[in-house]
Design a protein around this ligand. Structure first.
Ligand code: NAD
Length: 363
């Protein structure tokens, strides 16, 4: 495993293997200076150590940027998210991390509230729990999508975009993608393109979001929505849209497709959905990219509120306040200093993490 180390972390890296199940998992606790690390458990057959490390670092910055009393971490169970043995995998995984008390697991791609309940049942430590056992189900409530819509409201003023009538393309129609489409449509935006693993649908006049959610839930894919043109997953990134929301897998915006992107604003619903080079190239073209650790913090803000035993209302108020404030602070810095947004955001977040490390006597 070739995970790099720097002045921030990672603090601990676990590579787990269960020969009897032929199951692998990876846990990266990146930094705990600000508090115990919160970060999702991804279930994916393709996740690897490098990806988990990059995701863990994004969580360190996200939690610091949002002013949460938590460090950053991430884990991945290397398996098919639709595997019928999923409950057993979570049970085995939970027992392996029982002693890793500085890491609090949460939901991520391929996992959900039920998975967090399995972990909580086993080790008494997880966030994003079902409400029946005292959680605030952040995916059901659309916490991250809500935050993305707040982010759009602030970002629009920096690029002169009107959300009323703004055309939105969403890659990945899961918990984040659905909620982002829904909350943005409440502000007047129009969903024109959407994709999932099976393909993409495009309709320049607009897609009926409620009907699409029903079709996705009932048939498993957006491609069964008939009132639109079918596209390949890759072509979703090039459709004429004002706002593009990658809300699925890492590195989907890269040097080969970056020139084709027509959007004015990219809100990173997914974690690390674009390569660093692609983000720099977009900045040079005048396309505003709000990086993952600012734009998609809604979920972890709600998770932290649940952990602190706050109410759902307090969680939503906190998302609104923190994302509004952070997006504005970031964009003012971008306007003043001219670096691309991720680089500016990293400076703010890194300063906070290093200050906490200093207080603790780590440096
Ligand atoms: P999810 O499992 O609910 O949904 C993912 C969706 O993406 C599914 O519809 C799936 O079909 C689709 N998808 C997967 N690969 C795809 C591909 N190559 N092309 C097109 N579609 C594809 O996951 P989620 O919770 O919505 O998370 C999505 C992303 O957002 C992840 O990167 C996750 O880390 C990030 N994120 C999630 C939250 C949260 O609150 N759930 C918070 C912050 C960041």
């Amino acid at each position: 495993m070739s995970i790099p180390h720097d002045e921030i972390g990672p603090h601990k890296v676990l590579e787990l293997y269960y020969p009897e199940e032929k199951l692998k998992a990876i846990v990266v606790v990146d930094n705990v200076a600000i508090g115990p690390a919160i970060g999702g458990v991804r279930v994916s057959p393709t996740a690897n150590a490098d990806e988990v490390y990059r995701l863990a670092r994004a969580m360190t910055f996200k939690n610091a940027m949002a002013g949460l009393p938590h460090g950053g971490g991430k884990s991945a169970i290397i398996a098919d998210p639709n595997d019928p043995n999923k409950e057993r995998y979570f049970w085995i995984f939970a027992r392996s991390i029982a002693g890793l008390t500085e890491y609090i697991p949460g939901p991520d791609m391929g996992s959900n509230e039920a998975c967090m309940a399995y972990i909580h049942d086993e080790i008494g430590r997880a966030v994003g729990l079902p409400e029946e056992i005292g959680g605030i189900p952040l995916d059901k409530r659309g916490a991250t999508g809500f935050g993305l819509a707040v982010c759009a409201e602030v970002a629009k003023d920096f690029i002169g975009l009107n959300l009323k009538g703004a055309r939105v393309a969403v890659q990945g129609f899961g918990s984040v993608g659905k909620a982002a489409a829904k909350f943005l449509s409440e502000k007047g935006a129009i969903l024109v393109a959407v994709s999932d693993t099976k393909g993409a649908v495009y309709n320049e006049k607009g897609i009926d979001i409620d009907e699409l959610i029903k079709i996705k839930d009932e048939t498993g894919s957006v491609i069964n929505y008939k009132k639109g043109e079918k596209l390949s997953c890759e072509n979703l990134f090039c459709v004429p849209a004002d706002i593009l929301i990658p809300a699925a897998t890492p590195d989907v915006i890269h040097e080969d497709n970056v020139k084709e992107i027509q959007a004015k604003l990219i809100l990173e619903g997914a974690n690390i959905p674009a390569t660093r080079e692609a983000e720099e190239a977009l900045h040079a073209r005048g396309i505003l990219v709000i990086p993952d650790f600012v734009a998609n913090a809604g979920g972890v803000i709600m998770a932290a509120a649940e952990y602190a035993k706050e109410t759902e209302k307090m969680a939503f108020d906190s998302i609104e306040e923190k994302i509004r404030k952070n997006t504005k602070a970031l964009l003012e810095r971008v306007k003043k200093d001219g670096l691309f947004p991720r680089a500016e955001g990293e400076i703010i977040a890194k300063e906070r993490v290093l200050r906490a490390m200093d207080y603790r006597g780590y440096i």
